[in-house]
Design a protein around this ligand. Structure first.
Ligand SMILES: Nc1ncnc2c1ncn2[C@@H]1O[C@H](COP(=O)(O)OP(=O)(O)OP(=O)(O)O)[C@@H](O)[C@H]1O
Length: 302
């Protein structure tokens, strides 16, 4: 029987006490006390896909230790933003600094080292289907460290305990519910004790109970392990319930930024349309297209 995550946090520390994350929690290391408050600083970011402008001179800060949510209409570039932060995409202009490092000026090994410190839970982050839950979580540790087996086992069990699935270690991915699979992916994402974790639509396709569990898990992991979390989601209510800062982006720019309470009180039409999920308003439903009448008159082509 699989133990459920009523209170998914273990009493033992989630992180290696010598890791930066542990030091940040403890606060005992002088350099940690001097760390700037902003972990991710984005300035003047511009990015196009072909002729389509995705970002146009965008500025955005992610505070160290915060859960920061990036929201906005579908196709507005939220996943793209995560890929730019992790160096999977290169901006056309502007600068992205993560923990003081200019992501797009790093050489290959610098980028590799930085990426190891960023856990990612992308929508497509499927588990390896022919490996058990335990081996899925052990995978990054085996790939990136040469820990002795007894320590590796302890770390994997602590990560699984953190997501309430220590008892499910021997199950195969096809024996898990969707919510459990997502929690295993989360345990895998924190396996290397990242400083930051990026979530792309972590609640997509979840039933309300799994969703509630994931929502509180994201907040608890963030606080217990001294993480910084960046959360891209369409689920306004759930996201607002755990976020410290919310950014709403639309048509290449930040249209609103503040705490959930500030945005809940923001009277601007764009913010209200998004926060209240209204179908009509200043934000566009249509992907940019030529005039419909012109398009229908055109012969041939697509
Ligand atoms: N590989 C790609 N090649 C060309 N265009 C792309 C590619 N990936 C995304 N796009 C385009 O970039 C824009 C932003 O996509 P992105 O996936 O970042 O949006 P999003 O805000 O995350 O959307 P959603 O909320 O629906 O997941 C979209 O117009 C999309 O069509």
């Amino acid at each position: 029987m699989v133990r459920d995550a009523g209170n998914p946090l273990p009493s033992e520390p989630l992180v290696d006490p010598s890791s930066p994350a542990a030091q940040a929690v403890d606060g005992s290391v002088a350099s940690v006390a001097n760390e700037p408050e902003v972990l991710v600083r984005i300035r003047g970011l511009s990015f196009r896909r072909g002729s389509r402008v995705i970002f146009d001179d965008l500025d955005l800060d992610i505070r160290r230790g915060s859960v920061t949510a990036v929201m906005g209409p579908s196709g507005t570039g939220k996943t793209t933003l995560l890929k730019l932060i992790t160096g999977q995409l290169r901006p056309d202009a502007g600068r992205i600094e993560v923990d003081g490092e200019d992501v797009h000026r790093l050489d290959k090994s610098g980028l590799f080292r930085l990426r190891r410190r960023m856990g990612m839970l992308f929508q497509s982050g499927a588990l390896l289907t022919d490996l058990t839950v335990f081996e899925n979580v052990a995978y990054p540790l085996r790939e990136h460290t040469d820990l002795r087996p007894s320590l590796l086992r302890k770390l994997v069990l602590l990560k699984l305990e953190a997501v309430g699935l220590r008892g499910a270690r021997d199950l195969m991915p096809n024996e898990l519910s969707g919510g459990m699979a997502r929690r295993v992916a989360l345990a895998r994402a924190i396996a290397l004790d990242p400083m930051m974790i990026l979530y792309d639509e972590p609640f997509a396709g979840q039933d309300p109970i799994s969703m509630g569990m994931l929502v509180s898990l994201i907040r608890q992991l963030n606080d217990a392990a001294g993480l910084t979390s960046v959360l891209v989601s369409h689920d306004v209510r759930e996201t607002a319930s755990i976020a410290d800062d919310l950014y709403v982006i639309s048509e290449g720019r930040v249209i609103a930024h503040g705490t959930p309470a500030e945005l809940a009180a923001d009277p601007s039409e764009e913010v209200r349309q998004f926060m209240d999920g209204l179908p009509d308003g200043p934000m566009h439903f249509h992907y940019p297209a030529p005039d419909l009448a012109d398009d229908l008159r055109t012969r041939g082509g697509r």
